[in-house]
Design a protein around this ligand. Structure first.
Ligand SMILES: [Zn+2]
Length: 84
C-alpha cells in the first residue's frame, strides 16, 4: 500500500524543518511534496544520540564518584578515630 496525501493525493513526502510557535525546539514536518500539507511530525533532535550522550556523562560521573569514594572513606575513618 502506498501512502497518499490526504489533501491532494500526491505520493511523495519530504522533511521540512519548522519552529512551531510555543515549542521549545525545532521539529521536522513530514509533508506532501506537492501541496505542503503536513502528515507527521518528527523530533528535530535525534533521541538516540541524546540518550547515548547522557549515558556517556553518567559513566563519567560514576567513575569520578568511584575514584573519590576511597578518599572519603579514609577521611571519615580519620575523623571517627579523632572523635574517640
Ligand atoms: Zn498534497
Amino acid at each position: 500500500m502506498v501512502s497518499k496525501c490526504g489533501k491532494c493525493g500526491w505520493m511523495n513526502f519530504e522533511l521540512a524543518e519548522v519552529a512551531p510557535v510555543g515549542a521549545n525546539f525545532k521539529m521536522y514536518f513530514v509533508q506532501c511534496v506537492s501541496c505542503g500539507t503536513p502528515v507527521g511530525v518528527v523530533p528535530f533532535y535525534d533521541l538516540h544520540t541524546s540518550i547515548k550522550a547522557l549515558e556517556k556523562e553518567v559513566k563519567k560521573i560514576e567513575a569520578q564518584i568511584n575514584m573519590a569514594l576511597p578518599t572519603l572513606d579514609h577521611n571519615i575513618r580519620v575523623i571517627a578515630q579523632k572523635l574517640k
